[in-house]
Design a protein around this ligand. Structure first.
Ligand code: LRH
Length: 474
């Protein structure tokens, strides 16, 4: 009998993808059936996500998946970028378009929160690096904005879980995604009620936490009428895309340094128990939930965002560069200097070449004239700076772990970038193994398969690894 198909939705800051897993002669085949371009939009002075167009695109994608899988789709799961959330109105509809974590409203709010509770205390309680993008600071910003009283009490749901809610009618927070809020206790794995109290956040507005692999319930709504979706269950995968990407690596990560590279690079290792020392905090290491036990201990490094912002700006002036050409030409350039990839200015949007030049100047390098022909020089400078930043992240990590790492496992879009891979090997002195570009999709599907087998029992790390290997071999 043919195995049923499954759908993985992966929400990315640059594109959202609907992928279909089907089985042919016992072999898996994964196809991206629909891709929805994405990116934060400026509206009314805020930086928001275009929720309406994402939902419309997902519906199109799900219809395409149903048409392509007459054998029936057993389950759908959704993972996506961390920290952002949707507030719900009393009728269960979104209260407004969700904010993008890059919106600057959290800058002042974080300073105020730091005066209320020292960041090191929060770090020790939750393990989450107190980064201004974290959900906790965004929720606090809601309490300071327009209509604050109503908004700050409104129930919220993390972005990927909002899609799960849209499909199933059930509001949950999946554990890996919940840990990135900065509000989950390291000791209990549940919401840290004391942190909510100290910061004046209503605990009642938070959804119940479930683990990766939880079967949430049947698909509901008009899509459930389609033949292929008659018996479809909605599953919570590791809803944080990075946790899914790491779950999608078809190898053991012992002695490995992972780099999950896209808009951000998440660079670190899997650890069995949290590390929340002052050294870990100052090295910028966070402890986040992994799909099936253990913790993702990594640094959040600003990555392809910087290049993508440059490319968008150049394209608007008619200087269009396919990424492949930029990488090829960049291989023949010398970097203009080394950027501090953690600089706040490089996290913001628009005007990126000017921001890069201001950073270069600040660090004593000559700026790069932003004229046609110099685009590869910008790219080279970004790649070189990134590889140097990875090397620093590894050195810090080895110091904290008290042991050497043997290899680097790279996944995500940037793993296709041969120049970045070569520069990473050069600056770190470690060999790089390349994983799947769409590793989050593999991890999402591996959790669905392991969860369906487990039949409600706790997800096992071995089962997830087994499925990731099978999906990658296919
Ligand atoms: C990558 C990612 C990362 C988060 C950031 C907000 O997509 O989920 O792990 O830290 O987005």
């Amino acid at each position: 009998m043919q195995r049923p198909a499954r759908v993985a939705i992966d929400l990315g800051a640059e594109s959202c993808r609907v992928s279909l897993l089907r089985w042919r002669d016992g072999k898996p085949a994964i196809e991206v059936v629909h891709r929805i371009p994405n990116g934060p939009v400026h509206r009314g002075g805020s930086l928001l996500w275009p929720l309406g167009s994402i939902l419309a695109g997902l519906e199109d994608g799900l219809r395409k998946a149903a048409a392509a899988a007459p054998e029936g789709i057993a389950s759908i799961a959704v993972d996506g970028w961390g920290v952002d959330y949707v507030r719900l109105a009393p009728d269960g509809k979104p209260l407004r378009e969700p904010f993008c974590y890059r919106d600057e409203r959290t800058v002042a709010v974080k300073d105020a929160a730091d005066r209320l509770v020292p960041p090191f205390d929060l770090y020790q309680r939750t393990g989450a690096l107190p980064h201004r993008i974290n959900t906790v600071y965004q929720l606090l910003a809601d309490s300071a904005g327009h209509g604050a009283e109503i908004v700050s009490r409104a129930p919220w749901v993390m972005f990927p879980e909002f899609i799960l809610y849209w499909l199933s009618g059930r509001r949950v927070a999946e554990y890996t995604s919940a840990t990135h809020t900065g509000l989950v206790s390291l000791t209990t794995g549940g919401w840290d009620a004391e942190v909510f109290r100290l910061l004046g956040l209503p605990l009642e507005a938070a959804p119940p936490i479930v683990h990766a692999g939880t079967i949430i319930g049947p698909l509901q709504g008009p899509l459930a009428q389609l033949g292929a979706f008659r018996e479809t269950q909605i599953i919570a995968p590791a809803a944080h895309d990075t946790a899914s990407a790491i779950a999608g690596i078809p190898a053991s990560l012992d002695s490995a340094f992972y780099i999950s590279s896209g808009t951000w690079s998440l660079a670190g290792s899997m650890i069995p128990a949290p590390i929340t020392t002052r050294a870990a905090l100052s090295a910028g290491y966070t402890n986040l939930g992994a799909a099936a036990g253990g913790l993702l201990f990594h640094s959040l490094i600003n990555s392809m965002w910087v290049l993508k912002q440059c490319m968008d700006g150049w394209a608007a002036e008619g200087r269009n560069w396919p990424i492949e050409d930029l990488v090829t030409k960049a291989a023949a350039c010398h970097a203009a200097g080394v950027l501090d990839m953690d600089a706040e200015a490089l996290m913001l949007d628009s005007g990126m070449p000017a921001r890069i030049n201001a950073e270069l100047t600040r660090r004593g390098f000559a700026p790069i004239p932003d004229v046609a022909g110099n685009e590869p020089l910008f790219a080279r400078t970004i790649f070189e700076s990134l590889a140097i930043r990875y090397a620093a992240a590894i050195a810090n990590l080895e110091r904290m772990l008290g042991r050497k790492l043997q290899r680097i496992q790279m996944t995500g879009g940037a793993a296709r970038n041969k120049l970045l891979v070569a520069l990473t090997e050069q600056h770190t002195g470690l060999p790089v193994t390349i994983g799947a570009t769409e590793s989050s999709t593999i991890g999402n599907l591996a959790v669905q398969l392991a969860a369906s087998e487990a039949g409600g029992r706790q997800l096992s790390a071995q089962a997830v690894l087994h499925w990731a290997q099978r999906l990658c071999e296919g």
